[in-house]
Design a protein around this ligand. Structure first.
Ligand code: B12
Ligand code: SF4
Length: 490
């Protein structure tokens, strides 16, 4: 019996920039595929958008391959796309259709109640749940129609919701996968690694691979959803595991650049140092990027080791330039820590991206102005200015009751994207309208990027043809996003 796993197309969330957006290997379904295969299941893995496979082609494949179990993966902004895909699949297949990922983890019951084309929703990590489900479907030769006859067995599989007659039942939570080193590496063999590339501003090579060296983040930022799938516990892969995967990427795929997709690569500083030392020792000559919190700069030894090990770019979530707003979002950092870290990165020659958000519940025009000032003071290589998207399940979601009540409508979630392109933000504050929030983003971009000092530095730092192309794409995106506004506005 075969299982088909599909990463639902999502690049449309980047609107007119979808052509130039990053294309990262889908680790979620990649890990599930590898784990299921390691348990003896027959799995095919698809990333149709990146593979250039239209819905029609996918439906043909489904009709030919006749999988008995189909898993769809998406986040919130591509939820409606996932539901449309599930409806189309249902027309050609009686396979059991499962929906997983962050949106399924947020509303497992509601999604199932309102989408009869689905059979199961999965909460949290999918490796074991999907494997147990495949075994159950195989053992009973189940189809979508017969699955409800297996409610006794289904009820025993942790971490899912299923239909039991007219009701939706939720099983006990699936514990987090503790021994993460027991997970096989993601199933990269099933997809063409040459199709993937990094975001323009961090890319230095076309031979790039994304990976994770840990799962979970113990921080409690009020706007973040990472805990819904990966939990609060920081579960780290051993240095040996990470190095085995890195070596494989280098040797089998000729990778020259790594993108660590960990929420916070430096959460455990000793572990991060151990990985850096191993990279240095093995002289793999790789360049890499990671996400970190701004408190990493306190540890000079860590930063120096990161640089020596090939870290060329760090993305740091600064979020705001106002100390009270920073406290209110429970980031657990300070403005001074941010100053220290950006300074340290500059001294060491590590490039920085900084993320800023406008529209936190306690933001005012003054606090947002301070955010712009702070971005200019920190002077990162790249600054992302976005308006808050209060994703459901986060603490800030509760602060925007006007958005509640349409959870069942898939199209409602289409606007939940953080890319600053496109129309108006989905939120407004008591004293700040949507239009003003959008203008804030435009003004921030203009003030930050149109500084002669910034432009000069960008030009003089280009080291390769690939970087030149990446910078040109970044500049095109910025200008095309804001051109009208840059010329006419504010
Ligand atoms: C890497 C990443 C990206 C990459 C995506 C690469 C790719 N091809 O998948 C890029 C940069 C393109 C990206 C884009 C965006 N991202 Co993003 N991203 C992440 C990040 C940092 C890591 C995801 C990851 O690879 N995790 C590792 C794998 C192993 O975990 P996983 O994907 O969660 O999969 C596990 C489970 O979820 C589950 N599962 C997943 N799919 C399925 C399917 C089935 C059938 C089953 C059973 C289980 C299952 O099992 C998997 C294995 O355990 C997360 C943060 C996080 N910690 O989740 C944010 C995160 C997912 N992104 C987020 C956001 C907001 C976005 C954007 C909307 C931002 C934007 N620009 O507008 C876009 C669009 C996303 C979309 N898909 O629509 C939010 C999602 C919030 C939400 N409710 O949607 C997150 C949670 C960040 C956050 N802290 O809030 N992102
Ligand atoms: S530090 Fe990053 S990943 Fe962790 S909760 Fe905050 S925003 Fe989310």
């Amino acid at each position: 019996m075969s299982t088909m796993l599909i990463k639902v197309p999502y690049l449309q969330v980047f609107e007119q920039h979808h052509q130039t957006a990053a294309r990262y290997y889908p680790l979620g379904v990649g890990y599930i595929s590898a784990y299921m295969k390691s348990q003896g299941h027959d799995v095919s893995l698809y990333d149709p958008e990146i593979q250039g496979l239209s819905d029609e082609v996918m439906l043909d494949r489904i009709a030919n391959e006749k999988p008995k179990l189909i898993g769809l993966s998406s986040a919130t902004p591509s939820f409606s796309r996932a539901m449309r895909m599930a409806t189309a699949i249902r027309r050609v297949s009686d396979a059991v259709i499962v929906y997983g990922g962050v949106h399924a983890s947020t509303f497992p019951e509601k999604v199932l109640e309102h989408n009869p084309q689905l059979d199961v929703t999965v909460v949290g990590e999918g490796e074991v749940t999907m494997t147990e489900l495949a075994t159950l479907v195989e053992r009973g030769s189940h189809t979508s129609r017969t699955l409800s006859g297996a409610s006794g067995e289904l009820g025993a599989v942790r971490g899912l919701c299923f239909r039991d007659g007219a009701t939706v039942r939720k099983t006990l939570p699936r514990p987090l996968f503790d021994d993460v080193d027991a997970l096989p590496f993601p199933d990269r063999e099933s997809l063409d690694m040459d199709l993937y590339r990094a975001t323009g501003h961090i890319g230095v090579s076309s031979r790039v691979a994304n990976l994770i060296s840990s799962r979970g983040c113990p921080a409690r930022c009020t706007f973040c959803e990472s805990f819904l799938t990966m939990g609060y516990r920081f579960r780290e892969h051993s240095t040996e595991y990470v190095m085995r995967e890195v070596r494989l990427l280098k040797e089998r795929y000729g990778v020259e650049q790594l993108v660590f997709n960990d929420d916070t690569f430096t959460m455990n500083r000793d572990r991060a140092k151990a990985i850096c030392r191993a990279l240095i020792r093995e002289r793999l000559d790789l360049q890499w990027f990671c996400f970190a919190r701004v408190n990493c700069g306190r540890d000079t030894e860590l930063m120096e080791l990161m640089r020596e090990a090939g870290c060329i770019h760090i993305n740091l979530g600064v979020e705001t330039g106002d100390p009270d707003v920073l406290k209110s979002i429970k980031k657990g950092t300070t403005l001074n820590l941010a100053r220290t870290t950006f300074k340290k990165c500059r001294e060491l020659g590590i490039k920085t991206s900084a993320g800023f958000i406008f529209g936190f519940p306690t933001d005012t025009p003054d606090t947002m102005e301070r955010t712009i000032e702070f971005a200019i003071e920190l002077d990162p290589d790249v600054a992302f200015f976005n308006v808050l998207v209060p994703f459901p399940g986060t603490e800030v979601w509760k602060d925007f009751p006007a958005l509640h009540g349409r959870e069942h409508d898939p199209t409602f979630w289409d606007g939940f994207k953080t890319a600053s392109a496109g129309g108006l933000p989905i939120i407004e504050l008591p004293n700040v309208s949507r239009e003003e929030l959008k203008r804030m983003v435009i003004r921030a971009n203009r003030r930050f990027y149109l500084r002669p000092r910034f432009l000069w530095r960008q030009l003089t730092r280009i080291r390769s043809g690939y970087e030149l192309k990446a910078n040109a794409i970044g500049a095109y995106e910025l200008v095309s996003r804001n051109l009208r506004n840059l010329l006419l506005e504010v």
